[in-house]
Design a binder for this molecule. Structure first.
Ligand SMILES: [Zn+2]
Ligand SMILES: [Zn+2]
Length: 225
C-alpha cells in the first residue's frame, strides 16, 4: 500500500493514567507539527497539555477500539479540541455506545461521550501533516479493533503487549480471532517495528516473536488452531 505511506517522520509520546494504567498516545508529524490523539484515556488532559506545550496541533481523535479505558478521556480532550473529529471502526460502534454501561460495570465515573464523527476504513490511512498511518483490521480483543502502522511504528492498542496479549473474555472478544490478527497484522510487520501498546511498555515485533509466550506456543498460541 505505497499510497498509504506518509513522507514525514512520526514521533510518538505516551501518557499513562487511571485505574487501568492505559496509555494515551500523542502522535506528531515532526516537520509539520500536525498531530493525532490516539486512545484518550485517563491521561488525555495531560497529553493535550503536552501537545500544546510542544506546539503540536491535534487534528483528530483516533480510537483503536472502544473499551472504556481507551475512551474515558474523550470528554476532556473534546473540550480542549472542539474541532477534532472522533474516529472509530464501525464494528466497535456498539461498544462505544455502551460506554456508560462499561463504566457502570467497572465502577468508574464517565462523562457523556460525544457521538463518533467518522469511520476508520481498513486499508486507508489516517493522515496528519505529511504523515500517514495505515489502518489495519485486528479484531479479537474487540470486534472493531484496528491498529495504526507507519514509519517504523505501530500503535497496537490491546492486541498485543510486551510478553502478553489482549484479553478475549469481554463481549465481542474471541481468542482464535485475536491470534489470527496477531499473526497476520502484527507479526508480518518488519522485525524492528516499535509496538506502542495500550498498556505497559513499548516493545518490538522481533521481541514478541521470539519471547511472547502466547506467540511462541507456550500457551497454545503457536499453532493458531
Ligand atoms: Zn481493550
Ligand atoms: Zn485497554
Amino acid at each position: 500500500m505505497a499510497e498509504a505511506r506518509g513522507a514525514g517522520e512520526v514521533t510518538v509520546r505516551s501518557f499513562t493514567g487511571g485505574v487501568f494504567a492505559e496509555n494515551t498516545y500523542l502522535v506528531a508529524c515532526a516537520r509539520t507539527g500536525a498531530g493525532i490523539l490516539v486512545d484518550p484515556g485517563a491521561a488525555a488532559a495531560e497529553a493535550v497539555a503536552a501537545a500544546r506545550a510542544a506546539g503540536v496541533a491535534i487534528e483528530k481523535i483516533v480510537l483503536t477500539h472502544a473499551h472504556l479505558d481507551h475512551v474515558e478521556g474523550i470528554p476532556a480532550a473534546r473540550r480542549a479540541l472542539p474541532d477534532a473529529p472522533v474516529l472509530l471502526h464501525p464494528a466497535d460502534r456498539q461498544l462505544y455506545e455502551a460506554a456508560p454501561l462499561q463504566a457502570q460495570m467497572f465502577g468508574v465515573p464517565l462523562q457523556p461521550l460525544p457521538p463518533v464523527d467518522g469511520e476508520l476504513v481498513v486499508g486507508e490511512a489516517v493522515r496528519f501533516g505529511d504523515c500517514a498511518l495505515q489502518i489495519r483490521f485486528a479484531p479479537g480483543h474487540a470486534p472493531g479493533h484496528v491498529i495504526l502502522v507507519g514509519d517504523g511504528v505501530a500503535l497496537v492498542g490491546d492486541v498485543i503487549f510486551a510478553g502478553s496479549i489482549g484479553r478475549t473474555d469481554l463481549p465481542g472478544g474471541d481468542f482464535a480471532t485475536l491470534m489470527r490478527s496477531i499473526r497476520e497484522q502484527v507479526l508480518t510487520l518488519p522485525d524492528e517495528t516499535t509496538l506502542h501498546t495500550g498498556h505497559g511498555p513499548d516493545t518490538t515485533v522481533r521481541h514478541e516473536r521470539v519471547s511472547n509466550p502466547f506467540v511462541t506456543g507456550v500457551y497454545g498460541g503457536g499453532g493458531f488452531a
